[in-house]
Design a protein around this ligand. Structure first.
Ligand SMILES: O=C[C@H](O)[C@H](O)COP(=O)(O)O
Ligand SMILES: C=C(OP(=O)(O)O)C(=O)O
Length: 375
């Protein structure tokens, strides 16, 4: 009779074959393995309507057109650094949806709905990982909330963008997403390149945290090719995935610890590197600039100045910038993560954000600049 003991135990009654079935050489540092339902269960529970799927499909196409130079508008990815409160996220989405409609001739506005946070060392890793912000790590609840929030935002006619961090998460959410990012800390990761090669939406690779562009440019090329790798399907079975390659990968300039890279010379330098590295064809037409992170030293006042600077350059006719990213929420600044009842409503629990009123002004400035450039 098999004696079911946890890995690492030394039960002398176990036979050799039982040792092979429950090898004590495995799972030594695992405390718990807690099953959660497969992606299909979440997709069935929170089904996207035809109207929501149309928002995703149409927005992806518009973004592709912008990235490939067939649409002269500006892609604008704007929203909180991370979402921690569904109510505040939806209030923000209501505000933004109105401006998306108002500026649709000049801007393709997509809301940042970021649920996975890559940390430099340790810290709160986002709503999916710890939705109650209290260290209880209810990932099942977090995944449900993430999908629900995306669905609610889409119901307003507002498309969503997110960072893909865990390679399994896209199976739960990707039908809802119009633009994906691979962050600076993962931009050289083969796993993320493989993932991007099979994703159904355009994907932006950030420059690396040290400022180097080449890893991101190489990623665009690598992800435009087919790949074969291990993954899971919608029923949670382990599968060997075979991808076609993603023709819509591009570089996002986000600055670095040694300074910004949003100026014209840096953009031209990045474009030259993209051409030299045979980056994905989306990269030939331009870059997206993230005004947050290393481009503003995580200071939202500077972030707004960066957007104003780029808007002036766009109005003056500068080419090579296809999109812009901004971290913005209802309230300025940030606060330490804590359970919801201890937090200031509408304020970021990760990086500092531009407040809503300033965001609205900046979107108007960007729309005017694009109008002028394209007139
Ligand atoms: O976008 C958010 C942060 O910049 C990113 O998660 C890293 O944050 P950290 O350096 O505080 O860990
Ligand atoms: C973590 C982010 O960015 P980066 O990878 O550029 O640090 C982000 O955009 O939330």
């Amino acid at each position: 009779m098999a004696i079911l003991r946890g890995p690492g135990s030394t039960d002398e009654r176990r036979t050799l074959s039982e040792r092979a079935v429950f090898p004590e050489t495995m799972d030594i540092n695992i405390r718990q393995l807690d099953p959660i339902p497969a992606p299909r269960s979440f997709i069935n529970d929170i089904q996207l309507t035809d109207a929501q799927l149309d928002v995703v499909a149409q927005s992806r196409n518009r973004i592709r057109d912008i990235l490939h130079g067939r649409d002269s508008r500006l892609l604008v990815i704007v929203g909180p650094c991370s979402i921690h409160d569904p109510k505040a996220a939806l209030e923000y989405a209501h505000n933004l949806a109105a401006l998306r409609n108002q500026y649709e001739d000049d801007l393709e506005i997509v809301m940042r709905t970021y649920f996975e946070k890559p940390r430099t060392t340790i810290g709160w890793k986002g709503l999916i990982n710890d939705p109650d912000l209290d260290g209880t790590f209810n990932i099942r609840k977090g995944m449900f909330l993430a999908r629900k929030i995306m669905s609610d935002v889409l119901a307003l006619g507002l498309p969503v963008a997110t960072e893909w961090l865990d390679p399994i998460t896209p199976q739960y959410l990707s039908d809802a997403v119009s633009w994906g990012a691979i962050g600076a800390r993962n931009t050289e990761s083969q796993v993320h390149r493989e993932l991007a090669s099979g994703l159904s939406m355009p994907v932006g690779f950030k420059n690396a945290t040290d400022g180097s562009i080449k890893p991101a440019a190489d990623s665009c090329y690598a992800s435009s090719n087919e790949h074969h790798f291990l993954s899971i399907n919608l029923d949670g079975q382990v599968i060997a995935a075979e991808t076609k390659g993603n023709a819509d990968c591009h570089v996002v300039l986000r600055g670095s610890s040694s300074g910004p890279n949003y100026d014209e010379a840096s953009v031209q330098e990045a474009l030259a590197q993209l051409r030299a590295s045979h980056a994905g064809s989306a990269g030939e037409h331009g870059v997206v600039i993230d005004a947050a992170h290393g481009n503003c030293g995580k200071d939202e006042v500077v972030e707004a100045q960066v957007i104003e600077n780029i808007a002036q350059r766009l109005a003056a006719g500068e080419q090579g910038i296809t999109g812009i990213m901004m971290e913005s929420f209802l309230v300025a600044g940030n606060q330490k993560p804590a359970p919801l009842d201890q937090l200031t409503y509408g304020q970021s629990v990760t990086d500092r954000c531009v407040p809503w009123d300033k965001t609205a002004q900046l979107l108007e400035v960007l729309a005017r600049s694009m109008h002028q450039r394209n007139a």
